[in-house]
Design a protein around this ligand. Structure first.
Ligand code: CO
Length: 187
């Protein structure tokens, strides 16, 4: 005798569906380990790059009203050795640096009030202005940032103090911190 439709339905409900569930659970949790790695999810860190592009903190930039006075302060009270201020006309600044271990502090004084640092001083006063990270290959870093949708101030590197090549990432992208990328010369 052929079982009726009702019997077949209840067999399916009682035995087949739970079995299928167990099979899928097993497949997901046990065989899952042997599946090929899934491609990185768009938006995740590994989707964009492997490892950090940031080699070290190259310098911290302080905006100051009077670079000679600021340099003297660090010279006298901390024994720091800032060099002769160098003018970067393109950026409307004078800058000098002193070493702090592997990193440096950069003192920046505007040479004109309408330069970015001049405007910063007028609006916020003296203080922390930017962080500079050293990168291996600035073109590559900028291309990667652009590709992942990060807004840049400089899409192409410019020449910074001491012949380095540098570019700024927009501070609104970096949680309010003006972020400079620097590739050292002689690479
Ligand atoms: Co800088």
């Amino acid at each position: 005798m052929i079982p009726g439709l009702g019997v077949m339905r209840s067999l399916a409900g009682e035995y087949l569906l739970p079995l299928l569930g167990k099979f899928l659970y097993f497949r997901q949790n046990t065989l899952g380990h042997f599946r090929l790695p899934s491609p990185p999810i768009p938006g995740s860190a590994e989707f964009y790059r492997k490892g950090t592009m940031l080699k070290k903190i190259y310098h911290l930039g302080y905006a100051v009203e009077d670079i000679e006075k600021a340099a003297e302060f660090y010279r006298v009270h901390f024994g720091a050795e800032p060099g002769e201020p160098e003018e970067v006309a393109e950026q409307g600044i004078k800058a000098t640096m002193f070493e702090v271990g592997e990193s440096m502090v950069e003192l920046v004084e505007p040479t004109r009030p309408d330069s970015p640092v001049g405007k910063f001083l007028a609006k916020r006063g003296e203080g922390f202005h930017h962080v500079a990270f050293e990168v291996e290959d600035i073109e590559k870093s900028l291309a990667e940032l652009k590709e992942s949708g990060v807004e840049l101030i400089d899409e192409e590197p410019r020449t910074g103090a001491d012949g380095t090549r540098m570019a700024f990432v927009h501070p609104k992208e970096a949680f309010g911190v003006l972020t400079e990328l620097v590739e050292l010369k002689g690479k």
